[in-house]
Design a protein around this ligand. Structure first.
Ligand code: NI
Length: 182
């Protein structure tokens, strides 16, 4: 296993519309292991291949369960909800929800993003077998965020033009002061 480098905005590679995986072989499974290790190291709940500079439709996620009123506040268990998806597709979407999203490729910035509240996903698992499932809550949001990455779309691209320009200006300013500090 190896840690991969996470590409940061405004690297143009993040705009890549990634290619379908044709063969789920050991090299793909190794890439998935490296992506999982990198996601945990970066303390993310999801990571797309685009973010590690790989032109392939692969995402990994480990979204902690959301607390519900009738449940104890369960501590998230690493690996409990770990899932790797190859060539994931949203085949149904329902409702809308707003969540304050962040991204490992845009560290330090968050914004409210509107997405579908429920999705049905079709993908291949790491053995190359077709799977399909429904997701809601934070898991549905994270799935849409990661699948967007595979199409070269960042969460800031989902904001209104005004909000997008505002956050882009703030990021640019932060990057400039970071440069000056070196
Ligand atoms: Ni992201």
């Amino acid at each position: 296993m190896a840690l991969l480098t996470i590409i940061k905005y405004p690297d143009p590679f993040l705009k890549t519309k990634t290619a379908l995986v044709k063969n789920v072989d050991d090299s793909i499974r190794e890439l998935i292991s490296d992506m999982v290790e990198t996601m945990y190291y970066a303390k993310g709940i999801g990571l797309a291949a685009t973010q590690v500079g790989v032109d392939k439709r692969i995402v990994v996620l480990d979204v902690p369960n959301r607390r519900t009123d009738d449940e104890e506040d369960e501590k998230p268990v690493k690996g409990k909800n770990l899932i790797a998806l190859i060539n994931p597709e949203i085949i149904e979407a329902e409702g809308t929800t707003v969540y304050e999203e962040g991204c490992l490729s845009i560290p330090g910035f968050t914004a409210d993003v509107e997405r579908a509240a429920k999705v049905r996903i079709k993908a291949l698992n790491r053995n190359g077998e077709p799977i399909s499932f429904e997701a809601g809550g934070l898991f549905a949001i994270a799935l849409q965020h990661e699948i967007d990455h595979l199409d070269g779309i960042l969460f800031i691209d989902r904001l209104s033009r005004l909000k997008r320009e505002m956050i882009k200006r703030k990021i640019k300013k932060a990057l400039e002061s970071e440069e000056r500090a070196l």
